[in-house]
Write a new protein. Structure first.
Ligand code: AMP
Length: 224
């Protein structure tokens, strides 16, 4: 069993889920006038739903809750709100996944207070039903056991976070790229082409969190 339960999501999976989500929405007889993405996770699904539902108006609101992959921060907060008059409009609020549900609850409340739309409904591809504080009006997958969805739009970001975690918790003084690649399946149940690990490590060196010594990588004070 890996230390963190993860699922690798492909672009084809995303396209299929958004298509199915659009079918569920159409089947309900309700149609939005506008789509509001919860940025950044909801941005790609929101854009695909615009396409599948022939909706031309899309805006976003940015909420921060999981700044590091698979590690939640204490409280969801709105980083960039949306201040627009949406009176009379039916709004579909879209995110990739409803996990704790905190982002959705906060985004919906803020949107209703700031923009006064006629109605807001929520759509996500995944809904982690045992832990989520809200049930999306529309979803495709009910997830019964918590898992980190490794979506294609956080590929590098997640690999960087997962690499950080290896350096912090892996109990080794230094790592080679090969050792990092070998640890991923064991820790996360995931494996990638070599270029992903190389690029993640390059970024961590750029951020001043890793240094290269004799062909191996070591955490600097900043990462430790
Ligand atoms: P939450 O407020 O807990 O519902 O989640 C906020 C955002 O964090 C989601 O919209 C995702 O972009 C990201 N996120 C949270 N949980 C997961 C997960 N299990 N897998 C992938 N991304 C997640």
């Amino acid at each position: 069993m890996p230390k963190v339960n993860c699922k690798l999501v492909s672009w084809d999976d995303v396209m299929k889920w958004c298509w199915e989500l659009a079918e569920v929405i159409k089947g309900s007889g309700w149609m939005p006038d506008m789509i509001v993405a919860i940025s950044r996770g909801g941005a790609v699904p929101a854009r695909l739903l615009c396409d599948c539902l022939c909706v031309s108006d899309m805006m976003s609101i940015q909420v921060v809750h999981w700044p590091t992959a698979a590690e939640v921060s204490e409280k969801a907060r709105v980083k960039y709100p949306l201040k627009l008059d949406l009176s009379g409009k039916k709004v579909l609020l879209v995110d990739d996944i409803a996990d704790t549900g905190d982002s959705l609850i906060l985004a919906k409340k803020t949107l209703e207070a700031d923009c006064k739309p006629a109605e807001v409904r929520i759509a996500t591809m995944q809904w982690i039903s045992p832990v989520c504080k809200v049930k999306p009006d529309y979803y495709v997958d009910e997830v019964k056991e918590w898992i980190w969805y490794q979506y294609p739009w956080t590929r590098l970001e997640d690999i960087i976070d997962f690499t950080r975690r290896l350096f912090k918790e892996g109990g080794k003084e230094s790592w080679s790229l090969e050792e990092i690649a070998e640890a991923f399946p064991e820790w996360y149940g995931l494996s990638y082409e070599d270029r992903w690990y190389r690029t993640a490590v390059e970024w961590l060196v750029r951020f001043g969190e890793l240094e290269k010594v004799d062909g191996r990588y070591r955490a600097t004070e900043k990462l430790r």
